[in-house]
Write a protein that binds this ligand. Structure first.
Ligand code: ZN
Length: 262
Protein backbone atom coordinates (compact mmCIF):
# COMPACT_ATOMS: atom_id res chain seq x y z
CA UNK A 1 0.00 0.00 0.00
CA UNK A 2 1.33 3.41 -0.98
CA UNK A 3 -0.17 6.63 0.40
CA UNK A 4 0.35 9.98 -1.26
CA UNK A 5 -1.19 13.42 -1.58
CA UNK A 6 -2.03 15.04 -4.90
CA UNK A 7 -4.05 18.00 -6.21
CA UNK A 8 -6.48 16.90 -8.89
CA UNK A 9 -9.39 18.09 -11.01
CA UNK A 10 -12.33 15.70 -11.37
CA UNK A 11 -12.81 15.39 -15.12
CA UNK A 12 -15.10 12.37 -15.14
CA UNK A 13 -17.40 10.70 -12.62
CA UNK A 14 -19.21 7.41 -12.84
CA UNK A 15 -21.41 5.77 -10.25
CA UNK A 16 -20.51 2.33 -9.00
CA UNK A 17 -22.73 0.65 -6.48
CA UNK A 18 -25.14 2.53 -4.26
CA UNK A 19 -22.74 4.98 -2.63
CA UNK A 20 -19.44 4.73 -4.53
CA UNK A 21 -17.98 6.62 -7.46
CA UNK A 22 -15.22 5.90 -9.93
CA UNK A 23 -13.51 9.21 -10.70
CA UNK A 24 -10.98 10.27 -13.28
CA UNK A 25 -8.83 13.05 -11.88
CA UNK A 26 -6.31 15.13 -13.79
CA UNK A 27 -3.11 15.84 -11.87
CA UNK A 28 0.05 17.77 -12.56
CA UNK A 29 2.53 15.02 -11.70
CA UNK A 30 0.77 11.81 -12.68
CA UNK A 31 -1.51 12.80 -15.56
CA UNK A 32 -4.91 11.15 -15.25
CA UNK A 33 -5.61 8.80 -12.37
CA UNK A 34 -8.55 6.46 -11.86
CA UNK A 35 -9.75 6.82 -8.31
CA UNK A 36 -12.37 4.99 -6.27
CA UNK A 37 -14.41 7.07 -3.85
CA UNK A 38 -15.94 4.70 -1.30
CA UNK A 39 -19.21 6.00 0.10
CA UNK A 40 -18.72 9.46 -1.44
CA UNK A 41 -22.27 9.62 -2.80
CA UNK A 42 -23.70 9.48 0.69
CA UNK A 43 -24.96 12.87 1.91
CA UNK A 44 -23.04 12.19 5.12
CA UNK A 45 -19.72 11.73 3.29
CA UNK A 46 -17.11 14.39 4.07
CA UNK A 47 -15.81 13.94 0.51
CA UNK A 48 -19.07 14.79 -1.21
CA UNK A 49 -17.93 18.26 -2.39
CA UNK A 50 -14.48 17.13 -3.58
CA UNK A 51 -15.71 14.21 -5.64
CA UNK A 52 -17.98 15.89 -8.16
CA UNK A 53 -17.28 16.83 -11.77
CA UNK A 54 -15.35 20.19 -11.90
CA UNK A 55 -14.11 19.89 -8.31
CA UNK A 56 -10.45 20.76 -7.88
CA UNK A 57 -9.23 19.30 -4.61
CA UNK A 58 -6.33 18.00 -2.63
CA UNK A 59 -6.67 14.22 -2.37
CA UNK A 60 -4.96 11.73 -0.09
CA UNK A 61 -4.83 8.50 -2.04
CA UNK A 62 -3.94 4.94 -1.17
CA UNK A 63 -2.91 2.55 -3.89
CA UNK A 64 -4.23 -0.99 -3.58
CA UNK A 65 -3.65 -3.25 -6.55
CA UNK A 66 -4.57 -1.36 -9.70
CA UNK A 67 -6.78 1.20 -7.96
CA UNK A 68 -6.37 4.38 -5.97
CA UNK A 69 -8.71 4.96 -3.04
CA UNK A 70 -9.53 8.32 -1.47
CA UNK A 71 -8.58 8.39 2.21
CA UNK A 72 -8.93 12.15 2.65
CA UNK A 73 -9.79 15.22 0.58
CA UNK A 74 -9.95 19.01 0.81
CA UNK A 75 -11.86 21.06 -1.73
CA UNK A 76 -9.83 23.88 -3.31
CA UNK A 77 -12.28 25.17 -5.97
CA UNK A 78 -15.72 23.94 -7.01
CA UNK A 79 -16.54 26.31 -9.93
CA UNK A 80 -19.88 27.14 -8.40
CA UNK A 81 -20.75 29.54 -11.25
CA UNK A 82 -20.48 26.67 -13.74
CA UNK A 83 -22.69 24.28 -11.76
CA UNK A 84 -25.37 26.95 -11.48
CA UNK A 85 -25.89 27.51 -15.20
CA UNK A 86 -26.93 24.78 -17.64
CA UNK A 87 -25.10 26.30 -20.62
CA UNK A 88 -21.85 26.78 -18.69
CA UNK A 89 -22.20 23.31 -17.17
CA UNK A 90 -22.61 21.65 -20.55
CA UNK A 91 -19.63 23.55 -21.97
CA UNK A 92 -17.58 22.68 -18.88
CA UNK A 93 -18.48 18.99 -19.39
CA UNK A 94 -17.17 19.17 -22.95
CA UNK A 95 -13.94 20.82 -21.77
CA UNK A 96 -13.45 18.00 -19.22
CA UNK A 97 -14.27 15.34 -21.84
CA UNK A 98 -11.60 16.69 -24.19
CA UNK A 99 -9.06 16.92 -21.35
CA UNK A 100 -9.89 13.32 -20.43
CA UNK A 101 -9.45 12.21 -24.04
CA UNK A 102 -5.98 13.74 -24.48
CA UNK A 103 -4.59 13.26 -20.94
CA UNK A 104 -2.02 10.49 -20.54
CA UNK A 105 -1.65 8.23 -17.51
CA UNK A 106 1.36 8.18 -15.22
CA UNK A 107 3.18 11.13 -16.79
CA UNK A 108 3.45 14.85 -16.06
CA UNK A 109 0.43 16.80 -17.41
CA UNK A 110 0.95 20.20 -15.73
CA UNK A 111 0.33 22.22 -18.90
CA UNK A 112 -2.91 20.38 -19.63
CA UNK A 113 -4.13 20.78 -16.05
CA UNK A 114 -3.34 24.50 -16.13
CA UNK A 115 -5.12 25.01 -19.46
CA UNK A 116 -8.18 23.10 -18.24
CA UNK A 117 -8.35 25.02 -14.94
CA UNK A 118 -7.87 28.37 -16.74
CA UNK A 119 -10.62 27.49 -19.21
CA UNK A 120 -13.07 26.45 -16.47
CA UNK A 121 -12.33 29.71 -14.64
CA UNK A 122 -12.92 31.69 -17.87
CA UNK A 123 -16.28 29.92 -18.34
CA UNK A 124 -17.29 30.38 -14.70
CA UNK A 125 -16.55 34.12 -14.76
CA UNK A 126 -17.48 34.48 -18.45
CA UNK A 127 -14.43 36.63 -19.09
CA UNK A 128 -15.04 36.22 -22.85
CA UNK A 129 -18.16 35.03 -24.76
CA UNK A 130 -18.54 31.27 -24.20
CA UNK A 131 -18.12 30.43 -27.89
CA UNK A 132 -14.83 32.36 -28.04
CA UNK A 133 -13.62 30.41 -25.00
CA UNK A 134 -14.68 27.10 -26.54
CA UNK A 135 -13.05 27.69 -29.92
CA UNK A 136 -9.81 29.00 -28.36
CA UNK A 137 -9.64 25.98 -26.05
CA UNK A 138 -10.28 23.60 -28.96
CA UNK A 139 -7.38 25.01 -30.94
CA UNK A 140 -5.02 25.34 -27.99
CA UNK A 141 -5.57 21.84 -26.63
CA UNK A 142 -5.17 20.32 -30.11
CA UNK A 143 -1.95 22.25 -30.52
CA UNK A 144 -0.62 21.32 -27.05
CA UNK A 145 -1.48 17.64 -27.60
CA UNK A 146 0.85 17.18 -30.55
CA UNK A 147 -1.33 18.56 -33.34
CA UNK A 148 0.07 22.08 -33.60
CA UNK A 149 -1.01 23.50 -36.98
CA UNK A 150 1.60 25.18 -39.20
CA UNK A 151 0.07 28.63 -39.69
CA UNK A 152 3.28 30.35 -40.82
CA UNK A 153 2.47 30.89 -44.52
CA UNK A 154 0.67 29.50 -47.58
CA UNK A 155 2.22 26.10 -48.17
CA UNK A 156 2.14 26.62 -51.95
CA UNK A 157 3.38 30.19 -52.55
CA UNK A 158 4.79 31.18 -49.14
CA UNK A 159 2.55 34.26 -48.68
CA UNK A 160 2.61 34.84 -44.90
CA UNK A 161 -0.40 37.17 -44.72
CA UNK A 162 -3.06 36.18 -47.24
CA UNK A 163 -6.34 38.10 -46.93
CA UNK A 164 -8.20 34.82 -47.19
CA UNK A 165 -6.90 31.29 -46.87
CA UNK A 166 -7.96 27.72 -46.21
CA UNK A 167 -6.94 25.68 -43.22
CA UNK A 168 -6.37 22.10 -44.29
CA UNK A 169 -7.94 20.52 -41.25
CA UNK A 170 -6.27 17.17 -41.80
CA UNK A 171 -2.65 18.31 -41.73
CA UNK A 172 -3.02 21.80 -40.20
CA UNK A 173 -1.37 23.75 -43.01
CA UNK A 174 -2.79 26.79 -44.81
CA UNK A 175 -3.23 27.55 -48.50
CA UNK A 176 -4.01 31.08 -49.70
CA UNK A 177 -7.12 31.79 -51.70
CA UNK A 178 -5.12 32.75 -54.82
CA UNK A 179 -3.43 29.35 -54.90
CA UNK A 180 -6.73 27.61 -54.23
CA UNK A 181 -8.37 29.38 -57.15
CA UNK A 182 -5.47 28.76 -59.50
CA UNK A 183 -6.79 25.58 -60.99
CA UNK A 184 -3.99 25.18 -63.52
CA UNK A 185 -1.42 24.64 -60.79
CA UNK A 186 -0.69 20.95 -60.43
CA UNK A 187 0.78 21.57 -56.95
CA UNK A 188 -2.47 23.05 -55.74
CA UNK A 189 -4.47 20.24 -57.24
CA UNK A 190 -2.30 17.87 -55.22
CA UNK A 191 -2.89 20.01 -52.18
CA UNK A 192 -6.65 19.78 -52.39
CA UNK A 193 -7.17 16.34 -53.76
CA UNK A 194 -5.93 13.09 -52.37
CA UNK A 195 -6.67 10.09 -54.58
CA UNK A 196 -9.25 12.25 -56.33
CA UNK A 197 -11.09 13.11 -53.09
CA UNK A 198 -11.23 16.73 -51.90
CA UNK A 199 -9.57 17.28 -48.52
CA UNK A 200 -11.66 18.91 -45.79
CA UNK A 201 -10.83 22.59 -45.39
CA UNK A 202 -12.03 25.58 -43.40
CA UNK A 203 -11.98 29.08 -44.87
CA UNK A 204 -10.23 31.65 -42.68
CA UNK A 205 -9.70 35.39 -43.05
CA UNK A 206 -6.48 37.17 -42.11
CA UNK A 207 -7.86 38.38 -38.71
CA UNK A 208 -8.94 34.80 -37.91
CA UNK A 209 -5.50 33.52 -38.92
CA UNK A 210 -3.87 36.12 -36.67
CA UNK A 211 -6.05 35.05 -33.72
CA UNK A 212 -5.22 31.41 -34.32
CA UNK A 213 -1.51 32.19 -34.44
CA UNK A 214 -1.85 34.05 -31.15
CA UNK A 215 -3.71 31.18 -29.43
CA UNK A 216 -1.14 28.51 -30.27
CA UNK A 217 1.88 30.64 -29.33
CA UNK A 218 0.72 32.62 -26.25
CA UNK A 219 1.34 31.72 -22.63
CA UNK A 220 -1.36 29.37 -21.36
CA UNK A 221 -2.80 31.93 -18.90
CA UNK A 222 -3.05 34.55 -21.70
CA UNK A 223 -4.50 32.39 -24.49
CA UNK A 224 -7.83 34.24 -24.47
CA UNK A 225 -6.30 37.75 -24.59
CA UNK A 226 -6.87 38.53 -28.27
CA UNK A 227 -9.52 40.57 -30.03
CA UNK A 228 -11.53 39.53 -33.07
CA UNK A 229 -14.41 41.43 -34.70
CA UNK A 230 -17.79 39.81 -34.34
CA UNK A 231 -18.14 39.46 -38.11
CA UNK A 232 -15.20 37.02 -38.07
CA UNK A 233 -16.49 34.86 -35.22
CA UNK A 234 -18.34 32.15 -37.12
CA UNK A 235 -15.37 31.48 -39.36
CA UNK A 236 -13.14 31.20 -36.28
CA UNK A 237 -15.54 28.88 -34.44
CA UNK A 238 -15.91 26.56 -37.46
CA UNK A 239 -12.17 26.26 -38.07
CA UNK A 240 -11.26 25.51 -34.44
CA UNK A 241 -14.02 22.96 -33.90
CA UNK A 242 -13.38 21.12 -37.16
CA UNK A 243 -9.65 21.06 -36.54
CA UNK A 244 -9.88 19.53 -33.05
CA UNK A 245 -12.54 16.94 -33.88
CA UNK A 246 -10.67 15.93 -37.00
CA UNK A 247 -7.39 15.51 -35.12
CA UNK A 248 -9.04 13.46 -32.35
CA UNK A 249 -11.09 11.53 -34.92
CA UNK A 250 -14.21 11.60 -32.78
CA UNK A 251 -17.20 13.67 -31.72
CA UNK A 252 -18.49 14.37 -28.20
CA UNK A 253 -22.02 13.91 -26.87
CA UNK A 254 -21.35 16.78 -24.44
CA UNK A 255 -20.52 19.08 -27.37
CA UNK A 256 -23.71 18.12 -29.23
CA UNK A 257 -25.72 18.77 -26.07
CA UNK A 258 -24.05 22.16 -25.46
CA UNK A 259 -24.69 23.20 -29.07
CA UNK A 260 -28.34 22.14 -28.82
CA UNK A 261 -28.75 24.77 -26.08
CA UNK A 262 -27.36 27.67 -28.12
ZN1 ZN B 1 -0.51 30.75 -51.90
Amino acid sequence: MIDFKVNGLVIREAETGEYDKLLTILTEKYGKLFVVGKGVKSVRSRHIASTQLFSYASFNLRKKGNYYYITDSDLIENYYDIRNDILKMSLGSFICDVACEVAREGVEEGALLKLTLNTLYAIAKEIRPLEIIRASFELRIASDSGFMPDLTACRCCGNANPQMSCLDIMDGTIICDDCRKNEISATVKDAFYELGIPRPISLISLPVLASMRYIISSKSERFLAFSLDKIEHQMFFDACEKFLLNQLERGFFSLDFYKSLL
